[in-house]
Design a protein around this ligand. Structure first.
Ligand code: NAD
Ligand code: GLY
Length: 370
């Protein structure tokens, strides 16, 4: 079954299609968006070796020439150097402003190819073909594109909405177990931030989702995308409500910065621990019942994800260093910190001007060095 979730953005509206076998339909689905029958396909080496031939065959079946641009996998590629290399290769292909770019891969490929599309000859259209769970439920939808710099993650970027998102659930079959779990952190995020009934369902179905049981997986991806699409339609450029999607990210980004944005701690793992910390911090501030924080942590742990600093490589962390990373966060304003905190399961809110001293004390109670 193919589900269609519209992202209602007026003249920039698009659909997210979710279901099995969508890669095989890619040519027919993308053809109406093309001005001439060729498509630059940005992918990473791993994804291209697993799914590239199928994707290219689907394009060719619709008379579209695939122009692959295969990049190195990994967060390091989402950099100025990676952007320069990709842009040069796109220029060498002779793409013009009427051409389209497809991003076939996880969040790294989607963010980098999306940003390249945003600035290539002042902007070309692109489509997202997300191949990780994280990319299907989060990064491929909503138009945030970016690269990392030594100052932090995603600090240079643009809003650039895709024209179409094809989330083929079958491609997740080849995704390593650890990546699947990391993506699940973004699924549980939607329940925690705004849908208590979805959270309840996930408490009972986490194992089925992570095991890629088709019905459970389809429901989890579709509900996640519906929630993201609704929030993005309401607040495309994050003036307000969209910030809720950053639940767990302020703590998570600080942990990623300390662990070097690499294999030691995946983005989803950082967000998993960050969400548990955000709920416990909310409880410590008297904002949220302690039992809700316990249930949030239990649901995250049930998917094999970390919920405490002690589980993160590099523990014990220094509270001051973590706070310094939080001060670099895009959401920090005039030395005060912005966090997404919780009133209860399924109800998050944006807390501006959080006192860094309260965060420091909390981190110390969580086992960070003073
Ligand atoms: P990723 O793109 O690095 O993919 C993870 C790994 O899985 C890579 O090694 C990749 O080669 C491999 N892979 C991808 N699909 C596969 C498949 N089907 N089978 C086998 N292997 C496969 O990581 P990710 O977790 O998808 O994305 C993380 C990135 O997304 C981060 O840079 C993060 O900042 C970004 N992100 C962006 C947004 C946004 O709104 N733009 C939201 C969340 C995260
Ligand atoms: N992943 C956060 C956002 O898209 O706003």
């Amino acid at each position: 079954m193919i589900r269609t979730v519209p992202v209602a953005l007026g003249g920039r509206a698009y659909d997210v299609l979710i279901g099995p076998g969508l890669i095989d339909e890619a040519g027919a689905r993308i053809a109406p968006l093309l001005k001439r029958p060729r498509l630059a396909v940005v992918s990473d080496e791993t994804v291209w070796s697993l799914h590239g031939a199928r994707f290219a065959a689907a394009l060719e079946a619709a008379g579209i020439a695939a122009l692959p641009v295969v990049i190195r996998p990994g967060e390091q590629t989402k950099s100025f150097a990676g952007l320069a290399e990709l842009s040069g290769r796109l220029l060498s292909l002779g793409l013009d402003r009427g051409d389209l770019i497809a991003a076939l891969g996880g969040g790294v490929v989607g963010d980098l190819a999306g940003f390249a599309a945003a600035i290539y000859k002042r902007g070309v259209d692109f489509v997202q073909v997300p191949t990780t769970l994280l990319a299907q439920v989060d990064s491929s939808v909503g138009g945030k594109t970016a690269i990392d710099t030594p100052h932090g993650k995603n600090l240079i970027g643009a809003f650039h909405q895709p024209r179409l998102v094809l989330a083929d659930l079958d491609v997740l079959a080849t995704l390593p177990e650890r990546e699947m779990r990391a993506g699940y952190a973004e699924v549980v995020k939607y329940g925690l931030l705004g849908d208590a009934a979805f959270f309840d369902w996930l408490e009972a179905n986490a194992a089925a989702v992570v095991a890629r049981q088709p019905q459970a997986l389809g429901r989890a991806v579709a509900r996640s995308v519906e929630m993201k699409a609704a929030i993005v339609a309401e607040d495309e450029t994050e003036q307000g409500r969209r910030a809720l999607l950053n639940l767990g990210h302020t703590f998570g980004h600080a942990l990623e910065a300390e662990t070097g944005y690499g294999a030691a701690l995946l983005h989803g793992e950082a967000v998993a621990a960050g969400q548990a910390l955000a709920f416990r911090f909310s409880a410590a501030q008297g904002l949220c019942p302690g039992r809700d924080a316990d249930r949030a942590a239990a649901a995250i742990a049930a998917a094999g994800l970390p919920t405490t600093l002690a589980e993160i490589p590099g523990h014990p962390f220094d509270a001051g260093r973590l706070l310094a990373h939080m001060g670099q966060d895009k959401k920090a304003e005039a030395g005060r910190l912005t966090f997404v905190l919780a009133r209860r399961l399924g109800e998050a809110f944006v807390a501006k001007a959080v006192d860094p001293a309260a965060v420091r004390d909390f981190l110390v109670t969580e086992g960070a060095g003073a």
